[in-house]
Every structure is written in C-alpha cells, then in structure tokens.
Design a protein around this ligand. Structure first.
Ligand SMILES: Nc1ncnc2c1ncn2[C@@H]1O[C@H](COP(=O)(O)OP(=O)(O)OP(=O)(O)O)[C@@H](O)[C@H]1O
Ligand SMILES: [Mg+2]
Length: 503
C-alpha cells in the first residue's frame, strides 16, 4: 500500500514551471528524501501537498483515494503535517498552549488541560521529544522550538510528515536527536518527507531519495544505490567537485579589532564577557562554537549600534560604537545576516531593488538626485548571471524566489559592494551544493583581494575548511584560537564544549 501518491503534478508561476509532471510516492514506515538545486521545486511540491497551493494539473492520492486538498486545515484533517522552517509558534505562550492551540477541548466553557497534557507527554515519550510543557516558547532554543512544532503536528494525528530543511537551523548534536525521532516515527509506520541540502544527512537517514531538477523528477534512488557524487551529479546535471581551493594567506594590517566586549541580556545574563579578537586584511577568521554562546551578540555589536557594558569595536583603528547602521555600511562593513527574512531582504520589493539596498542613495545608482533605474536593472542582471540566481527576471519580487536563491541574492549584494570587512553569518544556510562551492570561492577570493572576513557558522566543516584562523567562542568569550594547520575537527569540537586543554 502507498500512503501517499502524487501523480503528474504541474504548477506554473509567472515565468517558471516550478513543478512539471512530478510523480512522487511515500510508503508507510518510510523516510523519503527530496533533493535538488535551489529553485528546483521542492517547497512548491510540499506546499501543494499541504493545501497552500493548488496544482495546475495532477492528482494526489492518500491510501489509494484521490483527494483534493483545499487548504492546510483540510490537509491536517487528512493526516498531513508540515514542520515549517519559520516556526509558526506564539512566543509568549507556554509549550502546552502552543501545542493544543486550535484543537482545544472545552467542557462547559472551561479549557481542559490535564487530559491533553497526559496525551502529549505520551507522544513525547514515544517519539523521543522531551520538552518542558510549562516553559514559555520564547525562552526555548531553536532546537526545542522545533520539537514543539513536531509535537503539534503529531498531536493532530499526522501520518504523513513533511520536513522542509529542518536541519538548517540545528546544531550537529540536535541533528542527531532529530534523526532519532525520525527513526522512532518511521518504526510506528509514519511516512516522512525530508528536504535537505546536506547530502551526508540524506544518506544517513533516507530509505529512498528523489532528485528533482528544474521542476522535473530526474530519478528516485534506493538508499543502497545512492552516493554523494551521484546525487550531486543528478541534481546539477553534470559532475560537481566538492572542495575549496585556497592559496596561502597573506594577512596585512588589523582591520577589525574587538576589545573586551561585555554585554548583558535584557534578563541580566552575561552574554559577552571580555570578548576580544582581531581580524586582519587578507584573512578569514572563523568563529566556531555551539549556537547561543554569544555569536549573534558579537555580530550585532559589529554591524548595529547596540548597548554594551564595556569594551570597544574598531574598524581600521577607529572606534565604531557611535556609528549607526548606515554609517557602518558606508564605511565598508558588509554583512550577510543569519536571519534573511528579518534583516536581509525587503520581501515585497524586486530583486533589483534588494540588490542595491543600502547603496541605492549613492552612485552609480543615482544621477543628480534621480535614481537611475536602467543602471540598477543592468547591475541586477549582471549579479543574477554571476551568482546564478534562479529567477524569471530582475523585476521578480524577492518573496517569489526559493529559499536558497534569496540567500544567494544577499550574498551577491554584500560581496558586490566590496566591503573592507565582511561579516558572514551562516553564509551557505539553505544553499545547494553547487552554490555553496561558488560562495566558498567568492569568500576566498575576497580574502585574496585583501578583505577581512569574519565567518560565523554552525557548520564546523565549513569553518575548518575556509578559515585561516579559528576562534572558539564559549559563554561569551574566545577561549582558544587555532591556526588552520593546527586545528583538527576533534580538538575544535572538544573546545566548543568548554574544554580548554589540548588533547
Ligand atoms: N509564490 C511564488 N510566486 C512566484 N514564483 C514562485 C513562488 N514560489 C516559488 N516560485 C518559483 O518556483 C520555483 C521553485 O521554487 P521552490 O521554492 O519550490 O524551490 P526549492 O526547490 O524549494 O528551492 P530551495 O532549495 O532554494 O528552497 C522557483 O523558480 C521559484 O522562484
Ligand atoms: Mg525550498
């Protein structure tokens, strides 16, 4: 029996055939991975399944019954659950309230909580998803918020679960935990659809792998037939080489100096404690650490005006603490932000406008006092070409781009402004293998042209392969620095847990 069969699904958006006669099926007790380049059509297919988009043609069968899924409510009623990447939780509410929201049971107008709590605890135990039901969602780290999302979906009785890039926001340890949960759900006969750009993860967890390219299914492989180079080649249509070519570093003058930063969170915890580091021209400095150890606060202290308890941040020997965001950009600080929706893009605006964001008021995009639109569009077309942004045109609004293409747009903008200092937070989050390789080359090239790069990434392999020096951040301070030659994955990994001694 198949749990789900999608047959001949086609969906056209203005200028693109996002899904073209896609056929995809899922068995009970199966983890089926969906892979493909940025813009290949993975999310679109899942949004059709969840009732967010209507297909132009094609049929969906659930347990051999043809169904028309009208909206997400309808999808949930039919046993389809989706774990979103941008969580749909209510931050000030408790975990329990978030899980039962929309499915409350009332007796004579009184909200019943004991019974749901018992049932949810049982679901937690059966699926390896422990969370404190009384905690407020806003106090939980991302990995636990994701658990709440999964619990919410299971509490509604989902048999088909869709995970669209769930691991992009997780630490390596959290990925291990998530995969344990995946296996437990599989053993209960549920069907899981898993989207990821990390091919090691796909090979680790999937039973079958379907590759789509430019809206069409290229092939469905059994795990036993699959390998990393094969999947990459099927995705891209030609062989991909997964490596970074990096000439030796020639570091110059100190560009960024961070001196003794100390900062408290609104609740009074020390989030930065005497944090100091230097990044030189022609150097990539990688920050390694478990998320939540002060990385975001450090990045904010460099890119935005924030309140510090003490310490200083200097760009080319000048303190920047009094500068506002625009001044920082104008003086040569580029920033690839970790949350592209909140800080990176104006979603309703066109790709061309987003590409000049922050520089639109300057030459060459203004002539006299008038914005030169022709110039802006030509510049956008060059960027689209060079950074391989998959879009119908430069006038397409940013919200219509796929996740990975939005990320490429931000990388293109920040790189092309040619900053003196580039702060790159999770630069390849959600980006496909080919584009990741390209972004790596661009970062190395910027460094070769004498730029200073501060790389912040949850991906330790990324930090180790790109950085000339690596600083390990733990509880708001740099507890150790390594030169690239002396850094091993084991040692840096150990250090990230607060262990300072060398092995
Ligand atoms: N709402 C929309 N309006 C117009 N075009 C869209 C819309 N949603 C998606 N598209 C287009 O459909 C194509 C497929 O996008 P989709 O988001 O499904 O890709 P994806 O495989 O999920 O990519 P990624 O790995 O980057 O997330 C892209 O060309 C995208 O620009
Ligand atoms: Mg997507």
């Amino acid at each position: 029996m198949t749990l789900l069969k999608m047959d001949g699904i086609t969906k056209v958006f203005p200028g693109v055939r996002a899904n073209d006669q896609v056929t995809f099926d899922l068995a009970p007790g199966e983890i089926h991975a969906l892979v493909g380049e940025n813009g290949a059509g993975k999310t679109t297919l899942m949004k059709i399944l969840y009732g967010l988009y209507r297909p132009d043609s094609g049929t969906i069968r659930l347990r051999d019954q043809a169904v028309a899924i009208k909206n997400p409510r309808d999808a949930i009623a039919r046993g389809i659950g989706m774990v979103h990447q941008h969580f749909m939780l209510v931050p000030p509410f408790s975990v329990l309230e978030n899980i039962i929201l929309g499915k409350e049971s009332q007796t004579a107008g009184v909200l019943r909580l004991e019974e749901p709590a018992r049932e949810i605890t049982e679901i937690m135990n059966r699926n390896g998803l422990p969370v404190d039901l009384t905690a407020r969602v806003e106090d939980l780290p991302v990995g636990l918020q994701q658990r709440v999302e999964i619990l919410k979906v299971l509490y509604r009785g989902a048999e088909v679960l869709v995970f669209d890039e769930p691991t992009a926001v997780l630490t390596p340890q959290e990925v291990v935990e998530l995969f344990k949960t995946f296996r437990m759900m599989r053993d209960q006969g549920k069907g899981l659809i898993f989207i990821s750009h990390k091919l090691d993860e796909v090979l680790d967890i999937a039973d079958r792998i379907t590759v789509i390219r430019r809206g069409q299914v290229v092939k469905t492989l059994l795990r036993a037939e699959a390998s990393k180079p094969l999947i990459a080649e099927l995705m891209v249509g030609k062989p991909v080489f997964l490596h970074v070519d990096k000439p030796p570093a020639a570091p110059g003058a100190v560009i960024l100096e961070v001196r003794g930063l100390r900062q408290r969170s609104p609740r009074g915890h020390l989030v930065l404690e005497d944090l100091s580091l230097e990044v030189r021209a022609g150097e990539i400095y990688g920050l390694a650490g478990v998320e939540g150890n002060g990385q975001s606060e450090l990045v904010r202290a460099i890119t935005e005006a924030v309140r510090l308890e003490s310490g200083d941040v200097l760009l080319e020997e000048q303190s920047i603490l009094a500068w506002d965001v625009r001044t920082r950009r104008d003086r040569g600080i580029g920033h690839i932000p970790e949350d592209r929706h909140r800080y990176g893009l104006l979603l309703p605006f066109s790709l061309a406008e987003n590409l000049v964001l922050g520089r639109h008021h300057r030459s060459p995009f203004v002539r006299g006092s008038v914005v030169d639109f022709a110039r802006m569009r030509a510049y956008a077309r060059e960027s689209i070409e060079k950074y391989d942004i998959r879009t119908p045109s430069e006038l397409t609004p940013a919200h219509a781009l796929s996740g990975g293409n939005q990320q490429k747009l931000i990388v293109a903008r920040e790189m092309r402004f040619d900053p003196i200092l580039l702060v790159a937070s999770q630069p390849t989050r959600g980006v496909d293998v080919g584009a990741t390789e390209f972004i790596y080359q661009q970062l190395v090239e910027a460094r070769s042209r004498g730029k200073a790069v501060l790389l912040v990434s949850a991906d330790l392999d990324e930090v180790l392969s790109l950085s000339d020096r690596i600083g390990v951040i733990f509880k708001g301070r740099i507890i150790r620095e390594f030169r690239q030659e002396e850094a091993t994955k084991e040692q840096v990994g150990l250090c990230m847990t607060g262990e300072k001694r060398s092995a």
